[in-house]
Design a protein around this ligand. Structure first.
Ligand SMILES: [Zn+2]
Length: 396
């Protein structure tokens, strides 16, 4: 019988099959935690009926949305320092689509449970858990790291060589009724928030915070251009920039989405084609141009993004939805002394700060539409249609 029992000894875990780098134990101060076995395995033989008491949406092979199927899996058991979360909502990200399609860089074993943005209630406590009680409403910080390297010890855990995201290369995710979570990754979800809202913010709001606050050094009065403003990432970036007191120019191909971006606080809006972006930023700023461009689109807008910056401006990129390769005019970079910063998620410290701001209502998760877990495939198809503004959320 192969159950998801995180309290199994490391020897048993090793004997049960190859482990990812995250399926190792690590020391954290005084307690030894085991991270739950990360890639959900279907139990074999006679144990199947008895053990499989949890509904999940899984992929057994990489490819299109038709590869998402419902399955019964064993409910995981929380190990030392972990809690069992009864998942109530899981938000989709484009990361889910990439993982579903298969990313060569992510070594994911199948079957796999997707879902990186998770919220629910604490159902049971493993040994040594003191920070939460059964029944606590929580969101889950999606990043996982080693907590032993120079980056982790320096508070930059998202730079860790072993950094992973649950539902992707950091273990099973939230397309399931239950998930084991080390207590350090739990974020309070106040009663004033729905579970859907509590699931809708961690990944995008953390990424936007890291891009704008940590890397972009956004400040009051600065001009921030948000490319791809209609995506979940764009809605988060608009809010973080406005929170910091910046003026925001939203860019999207969709006039409808630009109206919604304005309702969220954007001061100006630019519909593509990309050629218009530079002209419109110049018009909005009286020729001064932008301090920061938040970018996750890639080659379709990259040159416009650079040309929209003032001297010493910062381009922060966290994605490449239109392709991985851009051409770069170095004369533009050195003559304007531009900064190009790559961004990937954010630290756990930043995640907790963002969680507090969301809990206080100062940053607001934006939900487009919800689907039941049983319609995870339809939710993926909807996400890939790019019709949404804000997050698509599964109710579990
Ligand atoms: Zn580390």
């Amino acid at each position: 019988m192969r159950l998801l029992r995180s309290q199994r000894s490391l020897g048993e875990l090793l004997a049960s099959g190859p482990l990812t780098s995250f399926q190792t134990h690590f020391q954290n101060g005084f307690h030894k935690y085991y991270i739950s076995p990360l890639n959900a395995r279907l139990p074999a033989g006679e144990a199947r009926d008895k053990a499989c008491d949890m509904k999940a949406a899984i992929i057994k092979r990489f490819g299109g949305p038709e590869n998402i199927e419902l399955a019964d899996l064993p409910t995981p058991t929380p190990g030392p320092g972990e809690v069992l979360v009864r998942v109530r909502a899981t938000a989709l990200n484009h990361l889910d689509v990439w993982v579903r399609n298969g990313i060569p860089a992510y070594k994911i074993s199948l079957p796999h449970v997707l879902g990186s943005d998770v919220a629910g209630e604490v159902e049971a406590l493993g040994p040594l858990v003191k920070s939460v009680r059964v029944g606590s409403r929580v969101s889950v910080a999606p990043g996982r790291s080693c907590w032993g390297c120079e980056y982790c010890l320096g508070g930059r855990d998202n730079y860790c060589a072993e950094y992973g995201i649950i539902g992707a290369h950091g273990g099973p995710g939230g397309y399931a009724e239950y998930l084991c979570v080390p207590q350090m990754y739990l974020l309070p979800a106040p009663d004033s928030m729905s579970f859907e809202e509590a699931a809708a913010y961690p990944l995008t709001m953390l990424s936007a915070w890291h891009m704008l606050v940590e890397l972009g050094r956004v400040g009051a009065g600065q001009v921030v251009v948000v490319m791809g403003a209609g995506a979940g990432m764009g809605a988060a970036a608009i809010q973080v920039a406005k929170f910091a007191g910046a003026r925001v120019i939203a860019v999207s191909t969709s006039p409808d989405k630009l109206e919604k971006a304005k309702a969220l606080g954007a001061d100006d809006a630019v519909a593509c084609p990309p050629g218009d972006i530079v002209r419109q930023v110049a018009a909005f700023t009286g020729g001064a141009m932008a301090d920061i461009v938040v970018e996750h689109v890639g080659p379709a807008v990259f040159e416009s993004a650079l040309r929209a910056l003032k001297r010493g401006g910062r381009l922060v990129t966290c994605g490449a939805t239109t392709g991985p390769t851009v051409s770069l005019d170095l004369r533009l970079v050195f003559s304007r002394q531009l900064h190009i910063r790559g961004s990937y998620m954010g630290s756990l410290r930043a995640m907790r700060l963002v969680s507090r701001l969301v809990g206080e209502g100062r940053l607001r998760p934006v939900i487009d539409r919800t689907f039941p877990l049983s319609q995870a495939r339809a939710a993926h198809e909807y996400l890939e249609s790019r019709k949404q503004f804000g997050k698509v959320v599964l109710k579990v």
